[in-house]
Design a protein around this ligand. Structure first.
Ligand SMILES: Cc1cc2nc3c(=O)[nH]c(=O)nc-3n(C[C@H](O)[C@H](O)[C@H](O)COP(=O)(O)OP(=O)(O)OC[C@H]3O[C@@H](n4cnc5c(N)ncnc54)[C@H](O)[C@@H]3O)c2cc1C
Length: 389
């Protein structure tokens, strides 16, 4: 019985979505999480119609909608001039075009929703399970945790994020690429944001080698800020304490409203942003990768978690369709996913360049993106938001 289950390494958004998608198809799994509890750090996350399509299939649509915020627009402002660059209408226009909404949600709420659903399905969830070694034969995989515990299963899914141990054990392709871009994140209560700084939209202030994004969270009770800038000070890190002096220096040329927004947050959390070149071969025998472990991307398309959730759905479908040949199912899954996720990886880099443009590139940005856009048939992001079959 135990050997027929799927082992999932990593209980983040991707790992839990995978356990849930498998459970819905009657496939048992065990999730091994190295942390002391299943938990996500506090910050916002944007989710396109392609992800809401997945929530509906996973039976989570109502619960997600209850804690999400549905912005009316995506707005890009020029942080130097204070002029709008482009406005994209969301709301009903977007929903009519893509069939589902565009929303933002607190990561902890999304993670908790997935966790509760996993509990309801009786998914086995193990904490303090830091996977250190993996061995596979033709018919089973066995992991050894750093405390010596052993877990066996019929397939192993590495959903262990950007610094994936499973990826290193299987592919051995070294650490991810450090982009030189740093993200500072902070969340404020609604009451700490004066009316002239608050907006119901997702607003992005684009400046030379910097940008600031803000939007409401938790049905409008919170206000999320993400400030990104180029820096060569850091080589790696995750959820580290931030250096506010560097942040304020980088945004010194930005409009007063941007600087005022930044000054509202006392304690920031810092992320060093990394990605990798897309690959085509992340399944090896009975082991595969999912989410950031398979295709880490810069966050400029706000799509990494969405891609992990889509991965989960496709992987579960492939395993259900080919129950007697799991190695083939893992190849089918990888082959159905790598072009779409690779496109997001490349497009995210390109959008980062646009957001952080100066000089001629800044003028071109206005020419390329400029104006006001409804979510019509010619929406340039339709390839992403239309989602998967
Ligand atoms: C600044 C920023 C903004 C972003 N904004 C968005 C957005 O708006 N929309 C969006 O869709 N995406 C966004 N993303 C991307 C998104 O956060 C990631 O793509 C997503 O969290 C990936 O989920 P995952 O489950 O693959 O990995 P992770 O969330 O990294 O989870 C990995 C899990 O594995 C565990 N683990 C690691 N190693 C081991 C081990 N050896 N043994 C056991 N467990 C282990 C970890 O503790 C963790 O719980 C953003 C990212 C950043 C940095």
């Amino acid at each position: 019985m135990e050997r027929s289950r799927i082992i999932i390494v990593g209980g983040g958004i991707g790992g839990l979505a995978c356990a849930l998608a498998l459970a819905q198809r009657g496939i048992a799994s065990i999730v091994l999480e190295r942390s002391a509890e299943f938990k996500e750090v506090g910050a916002g996350i944007q989710l396109g119609a392609n992800v809401f399509k997945m929530f509906e299939r996973l039976g989570l649509a109502d619960e997600i909608a209850a804690s999400a915020w549905f912005p009316d627009k995506l707005v890009m402002m020029d942080a130097l001039s204070g002029e709008p660059v482009v406005t994209s209408t969301l709301g009903e226009t977007y929903r009519a075009r893509f069939g589902f909404s565009y929303g933002v949600i607190h990561r902890a709420d999304l993670h908790q929703t997935l966790l509760s659903a996993c509990h309801q399905y009786g998914v086995e969830l193990l904490t303090h399970a830091d996977v250190a070694h993996i061995a596979q034969t033709a018919s089973q995989v066995e992991v050894v945790c750093s405390d010596g515990r052993r877990v066996a299963g019929r397939v192993l899914v590495g959903a262990d994020g950007l610094w994936s141990k499973v990826r290193q054990l299987v592919l051995g392709d070294g650490p991810p690429r450090v982009s030189g871009h740093i993200a500072y994140r902070g969340v404020l209560p609604r009451s700490a944001v004066p009316a002239h700084l608050w907006s119901p939209s997702v607003v992005l202030w684009a400046g030379p080698k910097t940008h600031l994004v803000h939007y409401p969270l938790r049905s409008g009770k919170l206000f999320n800020l993400v400030a990104v800038f180029h820096s060569d000070q850091y080589s790696e890190g995750w959820d580290a304490a931030a250096d506010s002096a560097e942040l304020h220096a980088k945004f010194a040329q930005a409009q007063p409203v941007v600087r005022e927004l930044l000054s509202r947050i006392d304690t920031w959390k810092m992320w060093v942003l990394c990605d990798r070149e897309p690959i085509t071969n992340w399944s090896h025998g009975l082991i595969t990768l999912l989410g950031d472990a398979a295709h880490p991307m810069l966050q400029y398309l706000a799509a990494g978690a969405g891609m992990a959730i889509e991965d989960a759905w496709v992987l579960a479908r492939c395993l259900a369709q080919t129950p007697d040949n799991p190695a083939q199912a893992l190849l089918d899954y990888q082959n159905q996913r790598y072009l779409r996720t690779g496109r997001v990886q490349y497009a995210a880099r390109f959008f980062g360049e646009l957001y952080h443009a100066s000089g001629v590139a800044r003028e071109l940005r206005k020419q390329l993106l400029g104006g006001s856009r409804a979510a019509g048939a010619d929406n340039p992001m339709a390839w992403l938001y239309d989602g998967i079959e």
